[in-house]
Design a binder for this molecule. Structure first.
Ligand code: ADP
Length: 287
């Protein structure tokens, strides 16, 4: 494929491509294993993504890498495409192994969450899946969560016609009284932002590796709540997480509110199968 050769030549690898195979598992991009005479790579390609699509993923990986707490693939190159151009993100190929070390995933993530910032949110727009994720630096977590998270999904839900009038009015009512439930000033932890089971790998030595982040700084309970949306990670993960960083006292009470963001995003991306859990949470908080 033309884009593969072009991307490799950007990083100065003009050696012969010996193997290229499609990798399945992603929701959004085409992904490839590429082996040249000199190296192995993981490459994602997409045509028609906004120019900052791969840039924010690369920057997220680099921000996590800089904490020195948990492994991420090394980023070699990303494109900032003009409208409609094919673009690529090129990174280190991670060899998956059969050892599952969820204890290390828990403790290393907790160490990553111990890296904090003065403000909440993030300085540039990112993506949640394919949806735009507007961001800002906010002095209050609850304001960031109201505007940039629930508010953004409300707007997308309206434009995609995913919100019944009841759903919409309950969501608006909940947003208005959000400060009754969420802490205004929790520690602003560095969060992966999209941590479900498909977004971590275990390498050949059993080390956890985070992939595909959508980073922000915020309440670490937000990240943990998402890990529980699809049945939860193995118990080792939570036990070792808490040895490093205890769960906040508000965890159980805020969990559903934090899961609401991800469920709304899924409703907006994938449709009505995510409607019932969204409605259950909204009804619980607004009656
Ligand atoms: P998408 O952005 O399309 O959701 P992902 O980043 O989730 O794509 O990657 C798709 C799949 O490719 C993952 O589920 C994982 O199995 C594999 N993968 C991702 N990054 C790497 C990597 N650096 N090395 C090897 N395999 C990877």
């Amino acid at each position: 494929m033309e884009i593969i050769k072009k991307t490799l030549s950007r990083i100065g690898d003009d050696s012969e491509v010996q193997k290229q195979t499609a990798v399945s598992g992603g929701d959004i991009n085409q992904a490839f294993y590429v082996q040249t005479q000199s190296q192995e790579y993981f490459m994602k390609t997409n045509a028609g993504v906004p120019s900052h699509f791969f840039q924010v993923e690369a920057e997220g990986l680099q921000a996590i890498q800089q904490t020195g707490t948990i492994r991420v693939p090394e980023v070699y190159h990303y494109d900032q495409p003009e409208d409609g151009e094919s673009a690529a993100l090129l990174m280190e190929w991670i060899h998956s192994g059969s050892m599952n070390d969820h204890a290390s995933l828990g403790s290393q993530l907790a160490h990553m969450h111990s890296h904090t910032n003065a403000s909440y949110g993030y300085g540039t727009p990112t993506f949640v899946g394919q949806l735009d994720q507007p961001n800002t630096w906010a002095p209050s977590w609850v304001d960031y969560y109201r505007t940039c998270r629930l508010g953004a999904q409300l707007d997308i839900g309206i434009s995609k016609n995913r919100l019944t009038s009841k759903r919409r009015s309950r969501l608006e009512a909940l947003m208005n009284k959000l400060d009754q439930y969420l802490p205004a000033h929790p520690k602003a932890s560095l969060l992966h932002g999209d941590l479900w089971a498909g977004n971590y790998m275990m390498d050949e030595q059993g080390r956890p590796v985070l992939i595909d982040p959508s980073i922000l700084y915020g309440d670490h309970a937000f990240e943990l709540a998402f890990t529980e949306v699809f049945g939860g990670f193995p118990s080792d993960f939570y036990e070792h997480y808490q040895e490093v960083l205890p769960l906040p006292v508000h965890y159980e009470e805020t969990k559903a509110l934090y899961q609401l963001f991800y469920l709304l995003a899924h409703l907006n991306m994938f449709g009505e199968s995510y409607g019932p859990p969204v409605d259950r949470i909204l009804k619980h908080y607004t009656g």
